[in-house]
Design a protein around this ligand. Structure first.
Ligand code: SF4
Length: 577
């Protein structure tokens, strides 16, 4: 029977509780319900009243392919909304195998308290001083953690940005090789962890078996069918394992929707040099890995291991969003510079999407030249010095930096920086940016599928027709996928296969030994979104917050001459009623 583990970060007391009112929930559904029920919506996100919840999905800890995603939830210090930030890495599977559905960090240590690490094994919970990791990057911290606790642990940790409560701070997760390269990047949840003075949570699942299914035979058969569905689709079976998510650079550039020079144009003249194809070629030439799983049990393997010119590991999980954020958006065209920026963000514990936009603000403000990768890395590394005033600005993300540098073209919704698709030429994703509960977030309702990739439907990307309905349906489906613990990339296969959702429902049914239908999957997504909307309403958010910045309305985007032409009122139909 899975439990909730509550840890008081002030008293260092902990207790295991039955799921009780939270039974049947997992992942995002569970983090959002706990935050709604237990965190005052108007509290300061760095106060003792906020809670940081890490939840394993309903299918996590089992043999189901791609079921090892972790959901982190809290009130976001960046957006002020409820937040679910999702990551790969080894943590979720180990959490579930330890019998923990959700881990809740509560309260806050007294002023002046030192950093702590929390070690969780099948025998219980213990606390260790983390003073030896204070101010250290996540890579050096992981070296210490692995030296002490072994290479097979699953770790969630923060870098200097989280320790100093910067608004763009991520929580990093270790991958199968122990690299802290997977991130719950969005929303500044690293600052919430830092406010509670927790540097790392280390899970050792030695002696803990996979979670058993009530109907083992039916479960095994459905899980096998599920893996075949994923491997049989051209995107999840060939495109993503072959070229990673950066395969999108050329595709989105061709569509005229690759935001270039802080969303001024839709095409980047050097797109080919930073494309997934170029990355795969470079990796192959240097002896890295073009195919890599961020957690054990991933059959898609969209990650990769990027090595430097000497063949030495530089970064992994080198994703489209990051390549765009530090590439086209800032006019940096050197792949090694962009990979070094990815590494620097993972090391400092910073969200790459927000930091790519932040660097664009620094370039807009004349702090560093456009296209200067080395200067950008220096700015990001400055976050590691808690006394560096430029580091303080950069670590607080896009909006804060724009204010500090006097910039008026600021691509944020609810204070969260926009990802890698210009909403003027992919209008469905614009609807998602505006109406999701999370602030601008492409993963919350990835309408790029129907707009550009023509997966799961086909709408004209620069037209308004059909966009609201598509975004709404995707937001519901995504909330369900996040709650099940599945990687969002399964959606490519699921949207194109009539057996996708029934197979998911069958796996859950066999796991819990009770009927679970396609309608239950949809209801899980709807109830999660309703919880999140209720929190945001109580926190003071309204229709007025569901808007893109004015420049998307006023400036035409080349090459198609498109503008954003939805009103905030029009888009309310994209929210669950
Ligand atoms: S497909 Fe990519 S993001 Fe998803 S679980 Fe696998 S490696 Fe991680």
């Amino acid at each position: 029977m899975s439990k909730i583990l509550r840890i008081n970060t002030r008293t260092k007391e902990y207790r295991f509780e039955d799921l009780g009112q939270y039974a049947g929930l997992g992942g995002r559904a569970l983090t959002s319900r706990i935050v709604l029920d237990e965190v005052p919506a108007t509290c300061h996100a760095l106060s003792a009243a906020n809670k940081l919840v890490a939840a394993a999905g309903i299918l996590t800890g089992t043999i189901v392919a791609n079921s090892g995603r972790i959901s982190l939830g809290a009130k976001s210090p960046l957006t002020g909304t409820i937040k679910e930030s999702n990551s790969g890495g080894q943590f979720a599977q180990k959490l579930a195998k330890l019998g923990i559905q959700a881990l809740v960090l509560e309260d806050k240590p007294e002023e002046g308290a030192g950093l702590t690490s929390i070690i969780i094994t099948k025998d219980g919970v213990r606390f260790e001083s983390a003073s030896d990791m204070e101010g250290l990057g996540t890579y050096a911290s992981m070296d210490k953690i692995m030296a002490k606790h072994g290479a097979k642990t699953g770790t969630m940790l923060i870098g200097p940005a989280g320790e100093t409560c910067r608004l763009a701070a991520s929580v990093q997760f270790s991958d199968p090789e122990g690299h802290p390269a997977r991130a719950a990047g969005r929303g500044g949840l690293g600052a919430v962890m830092g406010s509670k003075k927790v540097k790392a949570i280390v899970l050792d699942d030695a002696g803990c078996p996979m979670l058993p299914a009530v109907d083992a035979e039916k479960f095994k058969a459905a899980a096998k069918r599920w893996a075949q569905i994923l491997l049989g689709h051209p995107v999840t079976g060939q495109g993503l394992p072959g070229f990673g998510t950066a395969i999108l650079i050329n595709i989105i550039n061709e569509a005229g929707a690759l935001p270039t020079k802080n969303f001024r144009e839709g095409r980047f003249e050097h797109a080919a040099a930073i494309s997934g194809e170029a990355i795969a070629e470079t990796i192959t030439k240097r002896g890295g890995k073009t195919k890599h799983g961020c957690h054990t049990g991933c059959v898609i393997q969209c990650s990769q291991v990027y090595v430097d010119k000497a063949g030495k590991y530089l970064t992994s999980g080198f994703e489209y969003e990051t390549v765009w954020a530090f590439g086209a958006n800032t006019l940096i065209k050197d792949l090694d510079d962009i990979a070094a920026l990815d590494r620097a963000c993972d090391d400092m514990g910073l969200d790459t999407i927000d930091l790519g936009n932040t660097i664009a603000m620094a370039m807009e403000g004349g702090i560093i030249p456009w296209g200067d990768g080395k200067a950008a890395e220096k700015l990001i590394r400055s976050v590691g010095d808690k006394n560096d005033s430029m580091g303080r600005i950069i670590g607080n993300g896009t909006s804060f930096a724009a204010q500090a540098f006097g910039v008026d073209r600021v691509p944020v919704v609810k204070n969260q920086a926009l990802p890698a698709y210009d909403p003027r030429s992919v209008k469905g994703i614009g609807v998602t940016y505006c109406t999701t509960t999370q602030g601008a977030d492409h993963t919350a309702g990835y309408a790029v599928c129907q707009n550009i990739l023509k997966v799961g439907g086909d709408v004209a990307p620069r037209g308004k027709e059909g966009q609201i309905e598509i975004s709404k349906n995707l937001q519901v489906a995504t909330a369900a996928v996040d709650s099940l613990g599945l990687c969002l990339f399964v959606a490519f296969a699921v949207l194109d296969n009539a057996d996708g959702v029934p197979c998911i429902a069958e796996m859950v049914s066999a796991l819990i030994g009770k009927p679970y239908t396609v309608d239950d999957v949809v209801a899980l997504g709807v109830s999660t979104l309703k919880d999140e909307l209720a929190f945001n309403k109580a926190a003071g958010f309204s229709i007025a917050d569901d808007q893109l910045p004015d420049f998307f309305r006023n400036e035409k985007l080349a090459p198609h001459g498109t503008v954003w032409d939805f009103t905030a009122e029009e888009m309310q139909a994209a929210k669950v009623g």
